[in-house]
Design a protein around this ligand. Structure first.
Ligand SMILES: CC(C)(COP(=O)(O)OP(=O)(O)OC[C@H]1O[C@@H](n2cnc3c(N)ncnc32)[C@H](O)[C@@H]1OP(=O)(O)O)[C@@H](O)C(=O)NCCC(=O)NCCS
Length: 169
């Protein structure tokens, strides 16, 4: 599996995964705007035949905000999202981020488990954040991601992955 910066040529495949993963997928216009903007980092995971996952975020001040991440259904639970997260975090740290945040549906326990693995903890609720069903968002944060202790965490997650797959990015 390879991790590649998302470009316009990946948009169609990204949108197919997005549409299957979320009740409110992004429009093509929004995808194009996001991947072309400054201070954004979007990556795709490719298995050699096509895109099997994507994720991205933006730097706002010192905070890196993960805006989206999803994996194609037949490739779930194989460490793909973990590898995307590692890439995004390494990039966030290079960009100068000190803290990491995101919103996740309160009922999305698989995603919350993924984020907890990366040291993120709940810090609040945004009521009725998600449409069309008005589900609340859990706000999660990890602090001091630029510190050595966070690098130690990322290295341990990488080591766990090695038996699953060798990362070639
Ligand atoms: C959340 C999502 C991105 C995880 O992708 P994935 O590639 O299957 O995740 P990984 O294989 O890297 O798993 C990493 C960790 O996530 C957690 N996890 C993933 N799937 C899980 C599930 N079905 N149930 C519980 N925990 C789960 C586990 O903690 C797992 O670590 P482990 O393998 O050591 O147990 C994927 O389920 C998805 O695309 N969901 C739909 C879109 C979405 O909800 N995105 C998040 C929006 S905030």
């Amino acid at each position: 599996m390879k991790l590649l910066p998302a470009t316009r040529k990946h948009i169609q495949e990204i949108m197919e995964i997005d549409q299957a993963a979320f009740p409110e997928p992004w429009s093509k216009k929004l995808w194009l705007k996001e991947i072309d903007r400054m201070h954004r980092s979007y990556y795709v995971a490719s298995d050699g035949e096509g895109v099997i996952g994507y994720g991205g975020g933006l730097l706002a001040g010192d905070d890196f905000h993960i805006t989206t991440i999803a994996v194609e259904e037949s490739n779930l639970k194989k460490g793909v999202a973990t590898q995307i997260m590692i890439k995004l975090l390494e990039e966030a740290i290079i960009l100068g981020a000190t803290d990491l945040t995101l919103e996740v549906r309160v009922g999305n326990l698989p995603a919350q488990a993924l984020y907890r693995k990366f040291g993120m903890a709940p810090a609040g609720i945004r009521r009725s954040y998600y449409q069309p069903d008005n589900e609340d968002a859990l706000i999660m944060w990890a602090n001091d991601i630029h510190e050595n202790s966070y690098k130690v965490l990322l290295d341990s997650i990488k080591r766990e992955l090695i038996p699953k797959e060798t990362i070639t990015s």
